[in-house]
Every structure is written in structure tokens, then in C-alpha cells.
Design a protein around this ligand. Sequence first.
Ligand SMILES: [Zn+2]
Length: 398
Amino acid sequence: MMTPDHSADPLILSGIHYQTHEPVDVTVASGIITDIHQREQVSEEALAFIGPGLVDIQVNGFAGVDFNDAALTADGVMTITRSLLQLGVTTFYPTIITNANETIRTILKTIDLACETSTLVASCIGGIHLEGPFISPEEGPLGAHPKAHVKPPDWSLLASFIEASGGRVRIITLSPEWPESAKFIRRCVEHGLLVAIGHTAANPTQIQEAVAAGARLSTHLGNAAHQLLPRHPNYIWEQLAQDELAASVIADGFHLPPSVLKVIFRMKAEKAILISDSVSLGGMPPGNYYSPVGGEVVLTDEGKLHMAGKPMMLAGSAQPLLWGINQLVHLQLASLTQAWDMASINPSRLLNLPQQGGLTIGAPADLVIFSFNKIVKVYKKGCDTEIHRENTEIRREK
Ligand SMILES: [Zn+2]
């Protein structure tokens, strides 16, 4: 269990720095990294790696609990929080997709309640991500969102969502194809929201206007798109070319081919962000399930989640961020350090979190100690979360 006090202060954690590959001692006091210095040379085998906690800005569910279920409870939010901590995720953004207005408000209130009743949950939830309902109604861009609840941007409706969440909404994914989107985006930015373009059929001009109004992220770029697009211009090229836009990607090995990931990483560099976009079946064993998103679904031994009888139709992702990091290393699309940064520092910088410091003095002591066999320990604000998990392999670079 996590202890609320810091009686063990100062704590010294030793490990191989995940960026420099030098052995270091990291001193932690009052939840903050207060010192880092190099220690005597030891072999990489003698010491595990140490890196910043992972940050997942798009989590629809995990460990059998769904953030899109109106029956969500505060206990369920705690279950997800603990399950993600076991996998090195120390900050995450519960993501609520398009739904009936009242259902969205009910879920937002439950997440707020979970934060009010647990300091651990409150410290791990960076904010809430509203993915919808102001998205495209077109087949393809709509993805698995229910069309009946898609609607044009509506400030008073969004204000009611923000109020229900206790002011915890931080990210909104919308499509700028609706009239007056730029005005709406400007208002969101003024209220401190990060505006993301996603589930969109917007034309390049609408995307340019959205960026000018303050949109700063493309949500799972390359997915939730038409099967066929004009070769150019189209909304994928336009978002790739907009330097102001960061891009999140689902790198589970099923959502995007390696060539697309490579192009996005080259274009977006430090603005490339890994997300899990996991649904409630994340972290569950292979098998046949019923999912709120997709109905009858199959989770294969390879980790792919698809509609029953339709292996080509994905039903969301069932894999955590760590899986995406492993995929990038395995496919040689990124070094372990680069992949880890895409899942920690890069999203923290976009959201201006103190965690953007990573492994530096003054940054929160959200730390992961890992070997190539597994995650060894996870610290949240300097507290040992006492994880017990074997299934956390981290891939070695070739
Ligand atoms: Zn989506």
C-alpha cells in the first residue's frame, strides 16, 4: 500500500539512467527529486534502469473497468489507477467518448468523486480527456463512437461537462469541420483546455483555422479516418504538416503500419506522443468478450482486439503504454530512450505538467525502475506503490 507520509525521506534510488545509460543515485525528498549524481561504474546487469513514470493521455478503460460505463464507480477508478501503476503509468487521463449528455455528466461526477475520496487517484489523474461528442458524424472518422450522440460544438453543454467534472476536464478532442469551430476552440483554450483534432473529416482550411485558434494536438493520427481519401490534399497530410500540432499515436502493432509510424515520428519529433487508447479489456487474458465498444469481440493471443468473426475490424486497443514502447523498440522505429520519452516527457510537455522535467532535480519523483525482464518498482511522488506484477517485460534493443 502507498503510505501518505514521507517518513523514509530522503530516499536514495540507484539505477542506470534511462537516457545517459550512466549509473546514478537519485535522491528523493517530499515527493520531489532533490539530487542526481553519478555513482561508480557498474555493469548494466548489476543495476536496473531508472526512468520517469509513464503518462497516458488517452485511457478509455483497463483491467475490466470502462470509463464509458454509466455504472462506473469510484472503486472502479481505483482499480484502473492501481493496474496502470503496476505497468509504470503514474499519470493518466481518463477518456470519455461520445455518449448521451447525461451519461457523460454521470461518469464525470464519478471520476471527480474518485479523486475527492483518494489522494492516490487524485495524484495519478492528470485530468479528464473528453473525446467527443463534437466530432465528425461521417462513417470512418466516426470510428466506434455512437453517431446518435454526435453533435456540433456547444459551449453551454461543454460548460456543464466541466462543472460535473469538478473542473477536471483538461483535453477535448473535436472535429473542426463544424461551423464556428474556430470560435469554439478559442474559447476552450481561454479556459485552459488542450484542444485536439480527431475523429475528423475537416478540410485543410478548417484544420489551418483550428490551429490558428489554438488546437495543439492530433488525436490518434492516422486512425478514425475514411477507408479512402483523395491523394492530396487531405486531413492527414495537413495535420502532419502543421508544426504546431503534436500527434498521438496508437503503437500497438495493429492500428498503424510501421511506415506510417516512422513518418509521423520524423515529422513530429519531440511532439510525437504514445497513447494506449486502451479499452476495458486492457490487461485481460486472451479470449472472447462482450465490450461496450464493438459488442462481441475477440482478444487474440497476439494481443489484437477485433470484432468477433471480423479479424480486420479493430475494436479498440487492449494494450498498455508499455506494450507500445516495446513495439517501437522491436520494430526499430525508436530507441528505448526515445520510445520512453514519447510516453512520458513528450505528453507532459504538451500539457505543461511538472513531470516534463523527467529525470531532473525539481521534478516530481514519479519514477519507474525496470530491468529487461520486468518493471521492478514504481514510485508515485516518491512513494513506493509496491507493485506485484510479472507480466511487464521490456524489450532489449537489437
Ligand atoms: Zn478515438
